[in-house]
Design a protein around this ligand. Structure first.
Ligand SMILES: *[C@@H]1O[C@H](CO)[C@@H](O)[C@H](O)[C@H]1NC(C)=O
Ligand SMILES: *[C@@H]1O[C@H](CO)[C@@H](O)[C@H](O)[C@H]1NC(C)=O
Ligand SMILES: *[C@@H]1O[C@H](CO)[C@@H](O)[C@H](O)[C@H]1NC(C)=O
Ligand SMILES: *[C@@H]1O[C@H](CO)[C@@H](O)[C@H](O)[C@H]1NC(C)=O
Ligand SMILES: *[C@@H]1O[C@H](CO)[C@@H](O)[C@H](O)[C@H]1NC(C)=O
Ligand SMILES: *[C@@H]1O[C@H](CO)[C@@H](O)[C@H](O)[C@H]1NC(C)=O
Length: 329
């Protein structure tokens, strides 16, 4: 039952990070490198956000330019996910959302910067069945959002608001250019980290791509530019793991067009049918129970990464959410 609880938590939201050493077996490099695109594709109108993405951010994603000589405080921000709906329950389970704050000494204005799903976690984790379309359909983009203001109470009360350093206005501007490029090329959210086992020497097959990964990439960028950042408190992040033997590459949407792959196509669709989008939490929990059972019984997870499908031969403990310490880069 414990793992089921982990599983439910997994589906209720966000995040993490991993410092990973690549390994190679055959021609395959592990973890599989995350594919960047040349530019962010338009979102299909089928994907409709229940909550608008980045409602108070600049419509064109512009980041304000700071005076080069300005001094900008950098804040580490963390808050329990969905606390506005479920009190601090998610905080107790340590499902946390991470962001970065900036405050200009010169102008007194401050900003919050975060990276999250355009259509919420469920849509980034499971696809839709669409009439007239043979392949599962994903609404899985994520993006960076920068908006004016830091809501101190929101972050501080049940989470973290900690100043971790100062950078120059010039560094901020350089970081802003990097954020825009990162935002244009890393566009698909990936919920799961997939590993060979739960031990310390496990092979990482796939790394997640989520809010805390963005926060870590940004810290790393700032440190590479010469910034000094340090936290007085340990920095913990939530990681959502799947455990499996060596993944088997299956292919892209062409699986669903070729008659020779009909059985595989049917199997993948059947697998994701259990995860179809849900209007109510109860419905979602019901089908998760069903899916989890299937994972334990059939030991198969059809995993989607870089717009391709992989078969994961699942192993105990199957799924885990771990709130683990990952130091600043
Ligand atoms: C997920 O995507 C579906 C299909 O576009 C949409 O109807 C639904 O509102 C989305 N869910 C959320 C929470 O945004
Ligand atoms: C990132 O891309 C999204 C989607 O195009 C856009 O809404 C957002 O403003 C961009 N963010 C930044 C900081 O450029
Ligand atoms: C951000 O600015 C607001 C409005 O001036 C202020 O209330 C808040 O304390 C500031 N937060 C931080 C972390 O500087
Ligand atoms: C913090 O948690 C308490 C207790 O669950 C809750 O009443 C309060 O609204 C939370 N505060 C914020 C800012 O989320
Ligand atoms: C992990 O690898 C190290 C170095 O190869 C080895 O000393 C250690 O025993 C391994 N730990 C486990 C749990 O396999
Ligand atoms: C999908 O895979 C097939 C077969 O490997 C390849 O020919 C095709 O170009 C791929 N399509 C896309 C959109 O990447």
């Amino acid at each position: 039952m414990n793992y089921f609880v982990y599983f439910i938590q997994a589906v209720l939201h966000c995040w993490i990070v991993g410092l990973v050493v690549s390994s190679v077996s055959g021609n395959q490099v592990w973890p599989v490198p995350y594919n960047r695109v040349d530019r962010r594709p338009d979102v299909d109108p089928f994907c409709q956000a229940l909550y608008p993405f980045c409602p108070t951010g600049d419509r064109d994603g512009r980041i304000p330019v700071m005076t080069d000589s300005d001094i900008i405080s950098v804040f580490r921000l963390q808050t329990p996910v969905w606390e506005f709906k479920y009190g601090d329950v998610m905080g107790k389970f340590h499902i946390m959302h991470d962001a970065i704050g900036f405050g200009s000494v010169k102008t007194g204005t401050n900003f919050t910067m975060e990276w999250y799903e355009l259509f919420q976690l469920g849509n980034c984790t499971f696809p839709h069945e669409r009439a007239g379309m043979s392949a599962p359909f994903w609404c899985n983009q994520g993006a960076a959002c920068l908006y004016e203001g830091i809501d101190d109470i929101h972050w501080k009360q049940n989470g973290t608001l900690e100043k971790i350093g100062e950078i120059s206005g010039e560094m901020f501007n350089e970081m802003a250019r990097w954020v825009q490029e990162d935002n244009a090329t890393g566009v698909y959210y990936e919920t799961w980290t997939v590993k060979s086992d739960a031990g310390p020497n496990a092979t990482t097959w796939f790394e997640s791509y989520d809010c805390s990964q963005f926060v870590h990439r940004t810290y790393k960028k700032l440190l590479d530019m010469g910034a000094e950042l340090s936290s007085q408190t340990p920095t913990y992040y939530t990681k959502i793991y799947l455990y499996s033997g060596e993944p088997v590459h299956l292919g892209n949407d062409s699986i669903f067009q070729q008659s020779s792959m009909k059985d595989l196509a049917t199997d993948i669709k059947k697998f994701y049918h259990s995860f179809r989008s849900h209007q109510s939490v109860i419905e979602m929990i019901e089908s998760l129970l069903e899916a989890f059972e299937k994972m334990v019984l059939e030991k198969t997870f059809y995993f989607y990464y870089n717009s391709e499908y992989w078969k994961l031969p699942m192993k105990y403990p199957y799924i885990k959410i771990i709130y683990e310490e990952i130091p600043l880069p």
